[in-house]
Ligand binder design. Structure first.
Ligand SMILES: Nc1ncnc2c1ncn2[C@@H]1O[C@H](COP(=O)(O)OP(=O)(O)OP(=O)(O)O)[C@@H](O)[C@H]1O
Ligand SMILES: Cc1cn([C@H]2C[C@H](O)[C@@H](COP(=O)(O)O)O2)c(=O)[nH]c1=O
Length: 210
């Protein structure tokens, strides 16, 4: 069976984690080999790097250090988990990947999309996602959602000003223009059921097309 590397992207609280869980339940029930994972994290070393990056007390973290730590976590996660799963024929659904670095560090943090692309080129060795689902949400609504729930801790990036989160969304829009054939946009302000239906259709259409 063909393997597929599919990433989910978007601003805070867009619904990626919730929808990934729904997709895993749906596709596992239909007998597909499917694996959910996340960035930064998904394996021991990358989860440790996640703790360092997202600790709300680490306010002194330099932007380039932040970008390099995300790229380091990405490298280890790819080598240890994503590539082996793809080699075994899995559909890998990954909550965030390189586009997060381009939007958050490259654009919103102001390091430059091209500069952040360069350090990530070294980390990913050409392994780009086959397809990416972008969850489009007004950052204000996304932040309201995460502030309302106890299911998730508020991290250092969540605590950035609204202006930063608005720039994250603008950054994603620039990346969508750069990769129009890879990135599929879903309106994440719809009901959870409709967002799930839209994301599921994108995956089914993509997997069947290949
Ligand atoms: N379409 C939706 N309508 C209403 N609430 C939603 C919707 N999607 C997600 N939520 C709720 O918003 C909160 C955040 O969702 P979730 O954790 O899935 O987002 P996320 O994209 O993974 O966020 P982050 O990347 O910031 O961790 C959860 O409480 C979830 O139940
Ligand atoms: C991979 C990646 C992530 N980020 C940011 C985006 C979020 O604010 C956090 C991760 O938290 P989540 O609840 O798991 O979404 O990290 C980033 O800035 N750059 C990246 O490359």
């Amino acid at each position: 069976m063909d393997s597929f590397f599919i990433t989910l992207e978007g601003p805070e609280g867009a619904g990626k984690t919730t929808i990934i869980n729904m997709l895993i339940e749906y596709f596992s029930a239909s007998g597909k080999k499917i694996l959910a994972t996340r960035e930064p994290g998904g394996i021991h070393i990358a989860e440790k790097i996640r703790q360092i990056i997202l600790d709300p007390n680490h306010t002194e973290m330099d932007g380039k250090t932040e970008a390099l730590l995300y790229a380091a976590a990405r490298r280890q996660h790819l080598v240890e988990k994503v590539i082996p799963a793809l080699e075994k024929g899995y559909i890998v659904l990954c909550d965030r990947f390189i586009d997060s670095s381009l939007a958050y560090q490259g654009y919103a943090r102001g390091l430059g999309i091209d500069n952040v692309w360069k350090i990530n080129e070294f980390a990913i060795d050409g392994l780009m996602p086959n397809a990416t689902i972008y969850f489009d949400i007004d950052p204000k609504i996304g932040l309201e959602r995460i502030n309302k729930t106890d299911e998730r801790e508020i991290n250092r990036l969540d605590l950035e000003k609204l202006d930063f989160h608005e720039r994250v969304k603008e950054g994603y829009y620039q990346i969508i223009e750069k990769f129009p054939n890879r990135i599929y946009k879903v309106d994440a302000s719809q009901s959870l059921e409709q967002v799930f239906e839209d994301a599921k259709k994108i995956i089914i259409d993509y997997v069947e097309k290949k």
